[in-house]
Design a protein around this ligand. Structure first.
Ligand code: PNS
Length: 165
């Protein structure tokens, strides 16, 4: 059984993430979307919310499941019996950070392969932080995220607006 992890913070999941997840799902038997706690990033959505949104957004992909994790990626991969990590690579700005993480993960576990899928051109510019910014300013994010995520963003920023945060 070939199993790959697609790790990330997914705050929130975008169509760019979905593109990488669905393309990875065509290459292996099972993809585990690994949703990191990423407490240092102070995510807009809680871990439970992010997992639920990824589950909803990937509902039509039968060989994709979603798991939260709060440990080293290499340890989680071992626990999940995954042989590879698959990540999306956007413009050159991603490269240095991804290069560092790949090199460190390789040092930590030489059995775990990291593979990159190039973003499709229309997703090159897309990021969760850009989506949050557009949504926080009342912009239309429907082309960047699934309807469930669009609704969650609308509700979250309405709540934050009410409390003045
Ligand atoms: O979507 P992000 O925030 O860019 O994802 C980063 C993530 C979650 C993939 C990365 O921070 C990670 O792998 N965290 C788990 C902890 C870990 O293994 N850190 C060492 C990486 S060298």
């Amino acid at each position: 059984m070939k199993r790959a992890l697609t790790p990330g913070t997914f705050d929130p999941i975008t169509v760019g993430h979905l593109d990488v997840i669905s393309r990875a799902a065509q290459l292996v038997d099972e993809v585990v979307v690994a949703v990191a706690v990423s407490a240092k990033k102070k995510p807009l959505f809680s871990l439970e919310e992010r997992v639920a949104l990824v589950e909803e957004a990937t509902r039509d992909l039968p060989n994709v499941r979603v798991e939260p994790f709060d440990e080293l990626l290499v340890d989680f991969a071992r626990r999940m019996d995954a042989q590879a990590v698959v990540k999306g690579l956007r413009a050159i700005t991603d490269f240095e950070y991804e290069f560092q993480m790949t090199a460190l993960n390789y040092q930590l576990d030489k059995e775990l392969e990291t593979l990159f899928i190039m973003s499709t051109p229309q997703h090159m510019y897309l990021s969760s932080s850009i989506v949050r910014e557009i949504a926080s300013l009342g912009g239309d994010v429907s082309q960047f995220v699934s309807p469930c995520v669009e609704e969650a963003l609308r509700r979250r920023y309405a709540e934050l607006g009410k409390t003045g945060r």
